[in-house]
Write a protein that binds this ligand. Structure first.
Ligand code: ADP
Ligand code: NG1
Ligand code: MG
Length: 476
C-alpha cells in the first residue's frame, strides 16, 4: 500500500464512468465544440468527455495530510471532443483562443516545468493526464494518435479545480480511446498522481470528486484508499460561490508545496518527540494513528511539542538526528534552500482542527434532531471558523478573499470561507434558500461599488451552486 494516499481495492466490482446522451443544454455546447473540432481536423469527434470543477465546502489543505474533506462537483466543467488518429501525435486545440494549439509525439511526452510567473502552459496539464494514463494502460491497448478539442468554463486559477478537471479529462479520454476500462476510483487515483507531474503535491480531493461527484449530494471523500460517501445537505441551505477577482496559479509559486512540506515535517517532529519511528511518518494522520489518540488530543500534543517561532532547517535536522542533505533526500525539501523557515505548529494546529470541523460538518448535515435553520447556522459557523484558521494559522488567504468573506457576511450569509488552495480565487458562502436572491443581489451591488476588474463579468462573479454529477462520456 502506498504511503501517499490513494490506492483502491476490489476494483473489479466497481462503478465505471457512465456513457450518456447529452440533454438539450449540453448538446448545444457539444455541437459548438464539435464544430471547432471539425474545423481543425476535418473529421467529426468519436466521443466527448465532461469533467466538472468542484467547490470544497469544508476541509481545506488536509487531503494531503490524509484527512477526509467535503466537496461537491459543480455545473462548470471541462468538455473535450476526441477522435483516434492513425499518426503517432497528440494534437490539441482549444475553443478559447487564449490557449494556443499544441502537438507532440505520443511516445515522447515531456511535461518539463519551467519557472514562469503565470504557471505552466495549459497543454502541460493535459499532457500530465495522458502521461499518467499511458503508464497504467496495458501494452496491447496503448493508443496511437489522438485528436483533441477542449472547451472549459470553470474560472481558471480560482480554487474551483479547473486544473484537475483538465487533467482528469485527459486521463479518462486516453483510457477510453484505448478501449481499456477502469473504474471511477482507479481513474481518480491515476489522475491525482498524474497531476503531481505539474509540480504541486496535492492530496487527491479534486480528482476524487471529479469522478465520484453525484447530483443532489455533497460527498465526504476519504483517502487511502480513496472513497466517497454521500452527504445530504440541509434542504434549506444554498451554497453561493463568489470570485475575489484575484487569481493564483498553484504551480507558479512554491507556496502550496511549502505547506505540504511543513505538514510532513510537523508530523515527523511530533513522531520523533514521542519516540515513534519518524522516518515512517509522512502525513499528520500517520502520527495521530501511531499515537492512537483523538483529534482533540492531537491539538494538545501539537501545543506541547512544537513551538510558535518558525523552525530553521538546521533545527529540524538536529531534532531528527539527521542532516539537511539527508532530510532533503527523503522529504519534499529538495526545492527549498537551507535558509527557508517552517511554521510547523501553526500548520499542524490548522490541520487537526479543520479535520475535526469536517467530521462536525458531516454529522450536523445528516443530523435529524436539529431544526433546519439551526443546522444551517451551525454549518455556517464551521465554515467561518475554517476561514479564520486558513487566514491566521495556514496563511493562505488573500486580502481580496478576506474582504469578500466580510462582504458576504454583511449581506446575510450564515458563514463564508475561501475554497480551494487560496492565495486568491473564490469563496463559498452558505445562505438559507429564502434569502438567496436577496443575498446574491446585495453581494453583487457591493462588488460593483468596489469595482469590477478588467476581464471579469458581474454575473460570473457571484452564482449559487448545487451538487452536480461527476465525469461522464458522451456520444451524439
Ligand atoms: P484551479 O484552482 O482552477 O485548479 P490551478 O492553479 O490549479 O487553478 O490551475 C489552472 C490552470 O489549468 C490554468 O492556468 C490553465 O493552464 C489550466 N486550465 C484551466 N482551465 C482551462 C481551460 N478551459 N482550457 C485550457 N486550460 C485550462
Ligand atoms: P486547488 O488549488 O483548489 O486546485 C489544491 C489541491 C487539493 C487540496 C486543495 C486545498 C491539487 C490538484 N489540488 O486545490 O488537493 O489540497 O488545494 O484544500 O493539488
Ligand atoms: Mg488546481
Amino acid at each position: 500500500m502506498s504511503r501517499n494516499g490513494n490506492e483502491c481495492r476490489g476494483v473489479e466490482l466497481e462503478e465505471r464512468v457512465p456513457i450518456l446522451q447529452p440533454d438539450e443544454k449540453l448538446l448545444k455546447r457539444l455541437n459548438t465544440l464539435a464544430n471547432h473540432f471539425q474545423s481543425k481536423y476535418n473529421i467529426q469527434p468519436s466521443f466527448f468527455v465532461r469533467v466538472p470543477g468542484r467547490v470544497n465546502l469544508i476541509g481545506e489543505h488536509i487531503d494531503y495530510c490524509g484527512y477526509p474533506v467535503c466537496p461537491m462537483a459543480i455545473e462548470q466543467d471541462v468538455l473535450v471532443a476526441v477522435a483516434p488518429s492513425k499518426g503517432n501525435d497528440i494534437r490539441l486545440t482549444n475553443v478559447d483562443p487564449k490557449y494556443i494549439d499544441f502537438q507532440c509525439n505520443i511516445e515522447n511526452i515531456s511535461v518539463c516545468i519551467g519557472d514562469t510567473n503565470d504557471g505552466p502552459d495549459w497543454y502541460k496539464y493535459f499532457l500530465c493526464g495522458v502521461k499518467g494514463a499511458l503508464e497504467v494502460i496495458p501494452e496491447e491497448y496503448l493508443p496511437r494518435g489522438i485528436l483533441v478539442a477542449v472547451w472549459g468554463n470553470i474560472p481558471p486559477n480560482s480554487g474551483l479545480s479547473s486544473s484537475s478537471a483538465l487533467v482528469s479529462a485527459a486521463v479518462l479520454l486516453t483510457v477510453h480511446v484505448s478501449q481499456h476500462q477502469l473504474p471511477k476510483r482507479k481513474l481518480a487515483t491515476i489522475s491525482a498522481s498524474a497531476e503531481r507531474y505539474i509540480g504541486t503535491q496535492g492530496g487527491g480531493m479534486d480528482q476524487a470528486i471529479a469522478f465520484l461527484g453525484k447530483a443532489g449530494s455533497a460527498m465526504l471523500i476519504e483517502f487511502n484508499p480513496v472513497r466517497g460517501t454521500d452527504v445530504t445537505l440541509p434542504e434549506t441551505a444554498v451554497f453561493v460561490i463568489a470570485h475575489s477577482q484575484a487569481c493564483h496559479n498553484k504551480a507558479s509559486t512554491t507556496d502550496f508545496n511549502l505547506r505540504v512540506a511543513e505538514c510532513q515535517l510537523a508530523a515527523q517532529m511530533i513522531a520523533k518527540k514521542r519516540n515513534k519511528p519518524w522516518e515512517r511518518v509522512q502525513r499528520l494522520i500517520d502520527v495521530q494513528e501511531s499515537l492512537g489518540v483523538s483529534l482533540d488530543e492531537m491539538v494538545s500534543v501539537v501545543t506541547t511539542e512544537l513551538h510558535e517561532e518558525p523552525y530553521t532547517m538546521n533545527e529540524i535536522s538536529k531534532n531528527l538526528d539527521t542532516t539537511n542533505e539527508k532530510l532533503k533526500e527523503i522529504s519534499l525539501l529538495r526545492s527549498f534552500n537551507d535558509s527557508q523557515t517552517f511554521k510547523l505548529k501553526q500548520r499542524a494546529l490548522h490541520v487537526y482542527n479543520e479535520a475535526a470541523r469536517v467530521i462536525e460538518f458531516q454529522r450536523t448535515s445528516v443530523e435529524n434532531t436539529i431544526m433546519e435553520e439551526e443546522k444551517v447556522r451551525q454549518l455556517g459557523k464551521l465554515m467561518s471558523n475554517s476561514h479564520a484558521s486558513l487566514y491566521e494559522l495556514y496563511e493562505c488567504s488573500h486580502p481580496s478573499l478576506d474582504s469578500l468573506v466580510d462582504k458576504a457576511m454583511a449581506c446575510g450569509a450564515l458563514g463564508a470561507r475561501l475554497t480551494g488552495a487560496g492565495w486568491g480565487g473564490c469563496i463559498v458562502a452558505i445562505v438559507t434558500k429564502d434569502k438567496v436572491t436577496e443575498f446574491v443581489d446585495a453581494l453583487k451591488e457591493e462588488i460593483v461599488r468596489c469595482g469590477i476588474k478588467d476581464g471579469f463579468k458581474l454575473d460570473d462573479l457571484v452564482f449559487p451552486t448545487e451538487p452536480n454529477q461527476g465525469a461522464a462520456i458522451y456520444t451524439i
